[in-house]
Design a protein around this ligand. Structure first.
Ligand SMILES: Cc1cc2nc3c(=O)[nH]c(=O)nc-3n(C[C@H](O)[C@H](O)[C@H](O)COP(=O)(O)OP(=O)(O)OC[C@H]3O[C@@H](n4cnc5c(N)ncnc54)[C@H](O)[C@@H]3O)c2cc1C
Length: 232
């Protein structure tokens, strides 16, 4: 067997999951509670009156609300000039490949990291996802075939013939990175405008906790999770 993966250190508190499935089920639950989702829609403008956001424009239509949260991920700084706020969040491009598993026996059940090659791997269902790379290339999301080829070579080195490389699905995305690495989950100097953004490489892992913190802040409760590290 040409599989170099022999074992690793187990961290019992580590876990993994399917973020796509999670968000789809979350959407269903939210809809039952009355939440409306607007897809393929762009926030175009924030109207500010007396240090409060009065309304926003989405696809030429005006929407009012008591409170507004900026959660534009790597695009969060786009309104900073208009709002006269500093929101230092930058896009850092990463890659993943997802491959069907052919031979379960040689694939670890737990997700893990190959520290030597900066590869993270995670099994979900009958597929294996491998992620890597941190590129500073602005908002460009094109797939660089050389990076994908390199990822496949490194993956073959670890898992040999256990994966189906012919049906490899490559993907690229932008991590919203802050200079300190911690997200901004906080109020801004504008009364009813909040930030919940800049979660870097762990946005899904931190999503539920971040939502709890920001809802506590908006409701003027003492956050159950210490929010001090997440001020801008
Ligand atoms: C290769 C790779 C692997 C990763 N692996 C993991 C992992 O294993 N675990 C983990 O927890 N995280 C992981 N992440 C990080 C995770 O993807 C991010 O932290 C997370 O997506 C951030 O969520 P977000 O909602 O803040 O931003 P995004 O997911 O970027 O969402 C921001 C949204 O705002 C929208 N938007 C922007 N401007 C506007 C506008 N003007 N109007 C309306 N909408 C707008 C965008 O279209 C986008 O849909 C990974 C990232 C990459 C790239």
């Amino acid at each position: 067997m040409n599989n170099k993966f022999k074992g690793g250190l187990i961290f019992q508190e580590d876990g993994s999951g399917d973020c796509n499935l999670f968000t789809q089920l979350l959407e269903k639950k939210c809809k039952k509670l009355g939440v409306k989702f607007l897809y393929n829609s762009k926030v175009e403008h924030f109207k500010r009156i007396n240090n409060k956001i009065d309304e926003i424009t989405i696809n030429h239509k005006v929407y009012k609300s008591n409170n507004f949260i900026i959660s534009f991920g790597p695009y969060s700084s786009q309104f900073q000039k208009q709002l006269n706020l500093s929101i230092p969040i930058y896009p850092v491009k990463g890659y993943s490949i997802t491959l069907p598993i052919i031979d379960e026996v040689n694939i670890p059940d737990k997700s893990g990291i190959d520290e030597d090659n900066f590869l993270a791997f995670s099994k979900f269902g009958n597929k294996m996802r491998i992620t890597s790379k941190a590129e500073f290339s602005g908002f460009d999301k094109s797939l660089n075939s050389k990076v994908i080829e390199k990822l496949i070579v490194l993956t073959k080195n670890l898992f040999g013939d256990s994966l189906d490389y012919r049906n490899c699905i490559p993907w690229t995305g932008l991590r919203p990175i802050t200079p300190k690495g911690t997200p901004y989950i906080c109020a801004t100097k504008i009364q009813n405008l909040y930030l919940n953004s800049g979660h870097g490489h762990l946005g899904w892992s931190m999503a539920s906790g971040s939502a709890k913190i920001i809802s506590d802040i908006i409701e003027k409760k003492t956050p159950q999770i210490n929010s001090d590290p997440f001020k801008i």
